[in-house]
Design a protein around this ligand. Structure first.
Ligand code: ATR
Length: 284
């Protein structure tokens, strides 16, 4: 039986087991996907276990997405550019690390906001947050060659550091600038897309002084927070009739790469899966 895993600490709240188990059942696969709590101290030992060939691969989440990189035998170019690995594929006891977060982010936008990147070279985006989650999203926007990406963070110094790191990448034509959160209202009139990658929104926490009404009426608001699914930011955007995209889609779409590599079937993100997953979110 093919066995896959997700490791993290804490891990009990992860929705990935529900998602992969749904697909395992749907596609009649002789496989399993389980959550394993692995602390920082236990990571190296877990890698030794992987080297013995017990698993075909798995997902990596907080706090190991960066630390796992030096323990892999090989890493994809994308994961290197992002600076994080969230998917492991194990073949012949060799561990290959890659990143599917950026793919999940793009697939979700492509599905829910068709044409969002049309004339990308004339479009600007705001990315709120400069933590681990923002890196894959900034990378994704660079791949689609937007004209300018503004990183806005509560602590501006972190946005500056991140913008410098991301500028080192291959997509030099994309302009990346760093700002404090307060600058949102000044930048807003020229923005096509806003993505919240910060933890604001979790448990209904709210941004202060972000005036969504200053955005063009065509702007798209994407929150990657999905607890709750309708964050205060998305609810405010809906009231203004702006196009909104919730965070569940990115979680579902990022899982396709791993599932297909491990089990050999490309799984589908369809309405049945979405309503199944929403049930678990309601319980949170
Ligand atoms: P992750 O890896 O999920 O991105 P993280 O690295 O802890 O998590 O980053 C959390 C992000 O949320 C940071 O950008 C953080 O801003 P700071 O760099 O100023 O800490 C942002 N964040 C958390 N709480 C916030 C709040 N109350 N207001 C604004 N930003 C907040």
């Amino acid at each position: 039986m093919k066995q896959a895993f997700i490791i993290g600490d804490p891990i009990s709240h992860s929705l990935s087991p529900k998602l992969h188990q749904f697909w395992i059942k749907k596609y009649n696969i002789a496989g399993s996907y389980g959550a394993i709590n692995i602390s920082n101290k236990e990571l190296a030992l877990f890698i030794k276990r992987l080297k013995k060939g017990e698993f075909i691969g798995g997902n990596i989440t907080i706090p190991h997405k960066e630390n796992i990189m030096r323990l892999c035998d090989d890493i994809s170019e994308e994961a290197n550019e992002i600076g994080a690995v969230n998917t492991l594929i194990i073949k012949d006891k060799e561990i290959f690390g890659t990143n599917s977060d950026w793919l999940g982010f793009l697939a979700n936008l492509d599905k829910n906001a068709k044409g969002w990147d049309k004339d990308a070279q004339a479009k600007q985006a705001i990315v709120i947050g400069a933590g681990g989650a923002s890196r894959a999203i900034i990378y994704a926007l660079m791949r689609r060659k937007l004209s300018e990406i503004h990183i806005l963070n509560r602590t501006k110094a972190k946005a500056i550091t991140l913008s410098k790191q991301m500028k080192l990448h291959s997509y030099k034509e994309v302009k990346i600038t760093a700002h404090s959160l307060e600058e949102f209202n000044i930048l807003a009139p020229d923005i096509s897309l806003v993505i919240n990658t910060s933890s604001v929104g979790m448990n209904n926490t709210k941004f202060e002084n972000i005036a969504l009404e200053k955005l063009p009426t065509s702007a798209i608001i994407n929150d990657i927070v999905y607890t709750p699914i309708n964050t205060p930011l998305l609810l405010s955007a809906k009231k203004l009739h702006l196009k909104t995209i919730d965070g569940l889609g990115m979680l579902l779409f990022q899982a396709i790469l791993g599932f297909e590599s491990w089990f050999g079937v490309k799984p589908e993100v369809d309405d049945e899966l979405i309503s199944y997953m929403l049930k678990f979110l309601d319980e949170k």
